[in-house]
Design a binder for this molecule. Structure first.
Ligand code: NAD
Length: 500
């Protein structure tokens, strides 16, 4: 047996992976470790299951997914306790995560037919003798690799949409939260007992790598940017398409006409919910100058009130023990470079906790501004104008979400943020809006989960044309005459060659 170095570190004992609580070290549960052969067999079984699942059609799948949604909703408290036991997340945060996930299962189930189902699309004049048909057919088997920070929301964001689209899913949960992953798959099997339509494989990095190479038809990855590059390289070997939901360093911009109380409240939640371990968490704030001091005072007052601890606290433990070093390094580096801690500071990291820390006037080249911290920390810097705020917010290779507080210019600023998502006068809210796509740009990834784009991500567009009349201007045949081509050229000049 390998003893855990710190509570929360996954333990491998024989052929089992043991998950432990990051605050107490208590075992949260154990799952069987998968070998490379297990991964291949699971994908093979999923292929057969996927054919059966696809054969149920949209209505059959909708009914099953809605029954799963019902189980999730009925057992929310049980699942939240498990999320808390395994990852240390405060139960209210876990409940909010589960509520959001239930909403996505519902939307994906109800909308898959409308978005993906067979439909006629308009013909154009030049091919008016053909009708046009479009549908999105399932890929077959989708591999889903997940992180630990939102162990319900992130897999469901891919899996529920992939399942609704008619795919089987093989899910490799993070080694830090395998028990929650297994719980999701087990409850799904209660409503779909016939075939392993949704199954798990468990283990460390090599099991994820094996899933990339096991013949899945698409791979949906959520995790760090560094791992995303390895996943993409592995999938490139077989030209397996990938969806990448990677890291972020989201900024919030506070304009001069913002409601500062509302901005501070949302900022503290956006930065410190789940102890700051949120891909779309607010990690840096740019405040247009006249509002700076008043905003910082409000943030410090609110963040200073947060409780930290294992139970019934606002901020729980850091789930992945190694992250504590990153948080410590970012704080130290910011202070060394001339930043100031107006809350927390060098002593904020007390394993397994990181206490709320607010850093101001941190140089833009500091790690705390440029790299993902993934802790309850925040940098707040002053800027002269909203344009300057935008330039700094957009200066990093990441581009996941973002937030804008203000009135007159807020929409324009949000549109100019180089990110896949933004929320105005709130933080993180786009994640729960199942009608909106979720995903990033640049080093935050590509492709989308959630919403119509999220459904289409898991279907191959199939385009069909059908002849409905003889061609008036035959061109795609060797039977055509020079006169046919001359008439075609004349028609196109009339249609498209005229002055606008
Ligand atoms: P990670 O990259 O360390 O691990 C993610 C998953 O990949 C785990 O299941 C891990 O076992 C697996 N893995 C590791 N090496 C692999 C390899 N070589 N091949 C295949 N799989 C491999 O990330 P993490 O620490 O679990 O999660 C935190 C990161 O996830 C943060 O960067 C966060 O921003 C990001 N995240 C992004 C989103 C999003 O939607 N964009 C959501 C949540 C988290």
């Amino acid at each position: 047996m390998t003893a855990p170095q710190l509570p929360g570190t996954p333990v491998i004992e024989g052929d089992h992976l043991i998950s432990t609580n990051p605050a107490t070290g208590e075992e949260a549960g154990r799952v069987p470790l998968s070998t490379v052969v297990d991964v291949e067999r699971t994908v093979e079984r999923a292929r057969t299951a996927g054919q059966w699942w696809a054969g149920l059609g949209f209505d059959g799948r909708r009914d099953r997914l809605l029954r799963w949604r019902r189980l999730l909703a009925q057992r929310m408290e049980q699942l939240a306790e498990l999320v808390h036991a395994e990852g240390g997340k405060p139960v209210p945060d876990a409940l909010v995560e589960i509520v959001t996930s239930v909403e996505h299962v519902d939307w994906a189930a109800r909308n898959a037919r409308r978005v993906l189902g067979h439909r006629r699309v308009r013909s154009r004049l030049i091919l008016a003798e053909f009708s046009a048909h479009l549908e999105y057919q399932p890929y077959g088997v989708v591999g889903v690799i997940g992180p630990w920070n939102y162990p319900v929301f992130t897999p469901i964001g891919s899996a529920a949409y992939a399942l609704a689209a008619g795919n089987a899913v093989v899910f490799k949960p993070s080694e830090y939260t395998p028990v929650v992953g297994q719980w999701l798959v087990d409850t799904f099997a209660e409503v779909v007992p016939e075939q392993p339509v949704f199954s798990t494989v468990h283990g460390l990095a090599e099991v994820g790598a094996a899933l990339c190479r096991a013949g899945v038809d698409k791979l949906a990855f959520t995790g760090s940017t560094a791992t995303a590059k390895k996943v993409m390289a592995a999938c490139a070997e077989s030209l397996t398409p990938v969806l990448i939901e990677a890291g972020g360093k989201d900024a919030m911009i506070v304009d001069v006409d913002a409601d500062l109380d509302a901005a501070a409240e949302a900022c503290v939640w956006g930065a410190m919910t789940n102890a700051g371990q949120t891909c779309i968490g607010i990690e840096r704030v740019y405040v247009v100058e006249p509002a700076f001091d008043a905003f910082v005072d409000r943030v410090v007052e609110r963040a200073g009130r947060l409780t930290v601890g294992p139970q019934d606290a606002d901020v729980g433990p850091i789930t992945m023990p190694s992250q504590l070093d990153v948080i410590r390094r970012h704080i130290a580096d910011a202070l060394e470079r001339g930043g100031r801690a107006v809350l927390g500071g060098p002593d904020a990291v007390r394993p397994p906790y990181a206490h709320p820390t607010v850093l101001v006037d941190v140089p833009e080249d500091a790690a705390a501004v440029r790299e993902e911290t993934f802790g309850p920390t925040l940098t707040i810097n002053r800027v002269g104008t909203a344009d300057e705020a935008l330039a700094l917010a957009n200066a990093l290779p990441y581009g996941l979400g973002g937030s804008v507080f203000g009135r007159r210019r807020a929409v324009a600023i949000a549109r100019r943020l180089r990110s896949g998502m933004a929320s105005i006068n709130s933080t993180l809210t786009f994640a729960g809006m199942s009608t909106l796509p979720f995903g990033g740009v640049g080093e935050s990834g590509f492709g989308r989960i959630h919403g119509e784009d999220g459904l289409r991500e898991f279907g191959r567009a199939k385009a069909v044309t059908r002849r409905r009349a003889r061609s008036a201007l035959p061109s795609t045949t060797f039977e055509r005459t020079p006169a046919d081509i001359a008439r075609l050229v004349k028609a196109v000049k009339m249609l498209y060659g005229r002055k606008l």
